[in-house]
Design a protein around this ligand. Structure first.
Ligand SMILES: Cc1cc2nc3c(=O)[nH]c(=O)nc-3n(C[C@H](O)[C@H](O)[C@H](O)COP(=O)(O)OP(=O)(O)OC[C@H]3O[C@@H](n4cnc5c(N)ncnc54)[C@H](O)[C@@H]3O)c2cc1C
Length: 516
């Protein structure tokens, strides 16, 4: 870099936040509210990271990455007054709709009597079994909700039964309570989201519980939509931070975290600009963060943890602009939105189907018959699409970053999208002709667009060895460098908690903030 391009900025910032994902925004907002001067540097031209609403096509507002909300911590919502800055979440109801190839289907909602009717059509025994499963899942979620409040979740506080459930498989958890294949599979999908493991694999019990750990909708484990898409969360957070005095720079890629004598003291951008501050807080995932340091500045303990860090993305997001509603053979109708159109539509007929989807990807490169989770927010928020049109987001597995059949290319992207559409079209035959535009985000695209290392949606697997006390702590082994992204405790999803814990760690080390 020429000296002319090198511009050293020592503007008196107390902290620099690398990345404006929602967690970076939470950290920045809390620090700014506490009177610190904070600069946020974001490589993209939009704020929010994977919690973002983007105009992918004119007239359409797409939650391009995350699409539903549950874990956003109520404390963050109230302390940062997010509702006054436009944040509004509403419950998804029904919760799920799972059509079957034989024309039957299962809808689960918050209406216990309806659930009894729906489940009873498959198995009388499962009516009580489902209620017992829900109680146990909510209990496990509640254990995590409490544990997540601690900066480094205190595993001894987690009871033995919960620990055993976390270590076990999602299949074991659901099979203990219910016997109907479609019900088992629908419930087990929470244990597989973003995770390169099948329902019978150890540790997926934790992933399931993690998806019950939220109270954003006021009910343990309930999920909902955010009005205006997930970007409304990030917009509200950015507003809270801005009003508290925080500065932002977008299209600003940090290429180096500057370290001297084992202490971080600033960052350098790709254009050569350097900013100094006594505290650098990274919202990037752990691999990306530590790749911004000279290898010799990364302590051996951190290097060892990174070497074992599992972070291979396996999820593909397909966003579809539809000219009409999908017309499901199991519940016909496309003229007006029916309850099942508001639900998560699962393609998950049985645990064996899901396990095979995973196993195929390991050996063949991708699932032959994928697991799908499909969401339509437009029936409850028509502002997201032109009048009469609908947005369908499909989260599909398993399409791993590293394919056994060779690297991703345009042909493989198109093949994956075509397979996903054909898979859903088995249940809603009008789908292919309803598609007006599509956006395919395979793991390498998630990496390129959102900066997610190897396309992992949670900055690293949420499996034992990488959860609770084994996640990266906010405090790194390098003085003045904190982590505030989903790779840090307590992990992925739109919770804001890694950002909150990093802000607390920064304030606990207040002696160092603003000391130069
Ligand atoms: C396709 C997909 C679907 C998902 N669905 C859901 C869902 O429905 N609900 C849910 O709760 N969670 C979901 N998740 C997970 C959730 O979105 C993430 O765990 C969470 O948003 C991550 O937030 P974060 O702030 O920790 O990091 P990110 O959102 O990853 O933010 C990191 C930011 O740092 C920036 N950055 C990286 N490197 C640099 C650099 N060198 N210089 C400057 N900036 C940099 C990035 O551009 C990015 O903006 C999904 C994720 C994906 C990808």
């Amino acid at each position: 870099m020429s000296d002319a391009r090198r511009l050293l900025r020592a503007d008196g910032y107390d902290a620099i936040v690398v990345g404006a994902g929602h967690n970076g925004l939470v950290a920045a907002a809390y620090l700014a509210r506490a009177g610190r001067s904070v600069l946020v540097l974001e490589r993209r031209d939009v704020l929010g990271g994977a919690a973002v609403s983007e105009a992918v096509w004119p007239g359409w507002t797409v939650s391009t990455a995350s699409y539903v909300c549950s874990l956003l911590h109520p404390r963050i919502v109230s302390e940062l007054r997010l509702a006054s800055y436009g944040y509004e979440a509403y419950r998804k109801d029904p919760a799920s709709f799972t059509p079957l190839p034989d024309g039957r289907s299962l809808v689960l909602s918050r209406d216990a009597a309806e659930n009894a009717r729906e489940i009873g059509a498959f198995s009388r025994r499962d009516v009580a079994g489902f209620a017992a499963f829900e109680r146990e899942a909510e209990r496990l979620g509640s254990v995590l909700f409490e544990a997540f409040e601690a900066a480094a979740p205190d595993t001894p506080r987690i009871d033995d039964a919960a620990r055993a459930a976390f270590d076990g498989s999602a299949a074991a958890l659901v099979e203990r309570y219910v016997e109907t294949p479609v019900l088992q599979a629908t419930l087990a999908t929470d244990g597989l989201i973003g995770t390169y493991a099948g329902p019978r694999d150890a540790g997926t019990g934790y992933v399931l519980a993690h998806h019950y750990a939220g109270r954003a909708l006021g009910v343990q484990g309930a999920w909902g939509f955010v009005r205006g898409g997930m970007g409304s969360i990030s917009r509200a957070l950015a507003l809270a931070a801005r009003i508290a005095g925080c500065s932002f720079q977008t299209s600003a890629t940090v290429t180096r975290i500057l370290v001297r004598d084992g202490r971080a003291y600033g960052v350098a951008l790709d254009d050569g600009t350097e900013f100094e501050a006594p505290l650098v807080i990274s919202n990037a995932d752990p691999h990306t963060t530590f790749s911004l340091l000279a290898t010799s500045d990364v302590p051996a303990g951190t290097r060892a943890k990174l070497a074992g860090w599992k972070s291979d993305g396996c999820s593909l997001k397909l966003n579809l602009a539809l000219g009409e509603l999908p017309d499901f053979e199991a519940r016909p109708g496309r003229d007006t939105a029916a309850p099942h159109h508001r639900a998560t539509v699962h393609v998950a007929p049985s645990l064996d189907y899901l396990q095979t989807a995973h196993d195929d990807a390991r050996t063949l490169g991708a699932s032959r018959a994928p697991m799908l989770e499909c969401f339509m927010q437009t029936p409850t928020d028509p502002s997201l699409a032109p009048p009469g049109k609908h947005l369908l987001s499909i989260f599909a597995q398993y399409f791993p970053y590293e394919r056994a059949d060779g690297a991703w290319n345009d042909r493989k992207r198109e093949d994956a999208a075509n397979l996903i559409v054909a898979t859903l079209a088995r249940y809603a035959p009008n789908l292919p002709n309803a598609i007006e535009a599509r956006q395919i985000l395979a793991p390498p695209d998630l990496e390129e667009r959102f900066g997610l290392y190897r396309g992992h949606i949670f900055h690293g697997e949420l499996l034992p060895g990488q959860i609770l006390g084994d996640r990266f702590p906010a405090r790194t082994e390098i003085d003045g460098l904190l982590l505030c992204g989903s790779g840090a405790s307590p992990g992925g999803c739109v919770s804001g908690l890694p950002g909150l814990h990093a802000a607390n760690a920064a304030m606990a080390g207040a002696a160092t903030i603003g000391s130069n």
